[in-house]
Design a protein around this ligand. Structure first.
Ligand SMILES: Cc1cc2nc3c(=O)[nH]c(=O)nc-3n(C[C@H](O)[C@H](O)[C@H](O)COP(=O)(O)OP(=O)(O)OC[C@H]3O[C@@H](n4cnc5c(N)ncnc54)[C@H](O)[C@@H]3O)c2cc1C
Length: 417
């Protein structure tokens, strides 16, 4: 019997769910309606990775890739193994998008144009007659007997046999993802876990750091100690407001539920030399001082910290930058080593409105991980960021959206997965 399948939200997960239903040929028996509040589908897909669209990760081993999700990795396992990063790449390449994997293992279209990714879906939807309702905001969803009733913001009602909620999170709200799906899910009996911004930069109070805006480091260890310890090693960048970069984003994901504000500041420890212990660093510096006593100390420290940061650290510790290495007092050396291993910064806020994703979402215990169907409300499916799943930067969030969207499509298409 022909069914009406309504998809609310034309982002990565919604588009992949619709495309998979088409590829399973389930569109021949069913009508697929895709509702999107924007004038276009795939807005976030296009802006991800700085507009180049970081489609997925180049990490081949699904187990390894799953370690990059602070929340939801266990739940995601089935969807991820059914459509791992390698298969996501293969799928797009089979749809004529050439991809490349960069040194940091992020995967992009060779064209560096996210539109190429979205065009794959346009092509599929045209061919399979998916009915896309652009500029249509669903305002309400409720169940009536075995069917769902969707009401648009214009007051129009639509009946559907199955609904797929892929409305995303509530980060970058101007892209259309405003958290509506949480409300729909609650009205259908689901619970939503605490929501928090994730993958954000931090504002800091130290003026000296902001003055070093543009300074970057390839590998530092960041640590925040509250009741729990959060730690991540990777690249960072100082900005005119604070601190950003892949390691900062990852740390913000791990510590997403820690409040950080002027009233509740957090101390961030930066280890600029994570591969060396205090002892190794002390020995190395003592050796340099001994062999080249006439050299200026700031030149040696500059090599370990960048010239500009070394100058700032000397100023902060009131150490004469003209000083010859041979004249270094033990106390001064200890202060410098402490700066190299444990510079402490005060975080006073999360980069307002700049987070990439929302941590938290639909309670995973209420969703079947093998089908993405609600355990509470048959015929209701969830995919993408609306779920309580979040990953680090590097293609992991889109990967989760593709994988969960694919699994929904397969479940509805009723084929083996
Ligand atoms: C700036 C930025 C950069 C990013 N970079 C990366 C990256 O490099 N790699 C990565 O993996 N991830 C990245 N992400 C995260 C990634 O883009 C998202 O996690 C992913 O797009 C989520 O997909 P989704 O389908 O779940 O939701 P979304 O893409 O958010 O799609 C939801 C859609 O639902 C629509 N919608 C919502 N409510 C309604 C309603 N009531 N009626 C009709 N339509 C509605 C919205 O308009 C939207 O189009 C980035 C995010 C941002 C904001």
């Amino acid at each position: 019997m022909s069914q009406i399948i309504a998809i609310i939200g034309g982002g990565a997960a919604g588009m992949m769910a619709a495309a998979t239903i088409c590829e399973q040929k389930a569109d021949l028996e069913n009508r697929i309606l895709l509702f999107e509040r924007n004038l276009k589908i795939g807005h976030k897909v296009m802006i991800s990775g700085g507009g180049r669209c970081n489609v997925t990760t180049g990490i081949h081993d699904p187990k390894e890739a799953l370690k990059r999700y602070p929340r939801g990795a266990k739940f995601l396992r089935t969807a991820f193994h059914a459509f791992p990063p390698d298969q996501v790449m293969e799928w797009f390449e089979n749809h004529h998008v050439a991809l490349k994997t960069e040194k940091d293992l992020r995967v992009f279209p060779k064209s560096d144009n996210g539109e190429d990714i979205v065009n794959v879906f346009h092509e599929i939807f045209r061919k399979h007659h998916v009915e896309i309702h652009y500029r249509t905001t669903i305002a309400e969803v409720h169940k009536q007997d075995d069917q769902f009733v969707l009401t648009t913001s214009e007051g129009q009602t639509i009946l559907a046999d199955k609904i797929i909620l892929t409305t995303g999170g509530q980060a970058y709200r101007h892209t259309g993802s405003q958290g509506d799906g949480y409300r729909f899910a609650e009205s259908l009996g689901h619970t939503v876990t605490e929501l928090a911004p994730s993958l954000n930069s931090f504002m800091v109070s130290e003026q000296w750091l902001k003055e070093l805006s543009g300074t970057s480091f390839q590998k530092v260890r960041l640590k925040i100690i509250r009741d729990k310890k959060y730690e991540f090693t990777g690249p960072i960048l100082f900005t005119h407001q604070g601190i950003t970069g892949p390691a900062v984003f990852a740390l913000s994901g791990l510590a997403a539920y820690e409040p950080v504000s002027k009233d509740q500041p957090a101390t961030l420890s930066i280890d600029f030399h994570p591969d060396q212990t205090y002892e190794q660093l002390t020995n190395e510096l003592n050796h340099t001082i001994k062999t080249e006593p006439q050299k200026q100390l700031i030149v040696t420290i500059g090599k370990l910290l960048t010239k500009s940061l070394a100058r700032t650290i000397f100023e902060l510790h009131d150490i004469n930058p003209e000083k010859k290495q041979g004249e270094t007092a033990k106390k001064e050396l200890n202060k410098l080593i402490e700066s190299l291993k444990n510079t402490q910064i005060t975080l006073i806020g999360k980069g307002a409105g700049s987070e990439f994703i929302t941590a938290g979402g639909i309670n995973l215990a209420e969703v079947n991980p093998s089908t993405m169907e609600s355990r509470l409300c048959p015929g209701l499916y969830f995919g993408g960021e609306i779920l309580n799943i979040d990953g680090f930067t590097g293609g992991f969030n889109l990967q989760a959206a593709w994988a969960t969207g694919r699994l929904i499509g397969k479940s509805i298409g009723n084929t083996k997965y």
